[in-house]
Design a protein. Sequence first.
Length: 99
Amino acid sequence: MAYDPAMIQPKRKQPAAPEIETDLLRIQQLSQEHDDKNWKFRSWLKQNAPDNIDGIVKGLSQKYFALIDCTKCANCCRLLQAEFKKSELHTIARRSGSR
């Protein structure tokens, strides 16, 4: 068979990352506007999440957090709250030497 350049598959371009909103007031506004849709999605996800959902979320988090300069606002550090189960608190205390 002779070489035919038309037979070579073109390389696919990776899709560009979407614009990330960094204005905190706009993020809050969008969150409120889409609150109903977000809750519906979360409810659906609880029932239909694939087994590897944690890995998917971790990959997405790493991808998008790499695009954000946290030194510009540090909002996550100020506002996010960690939630722990009692069993997790015992593990944390034991590993930190508090128990």
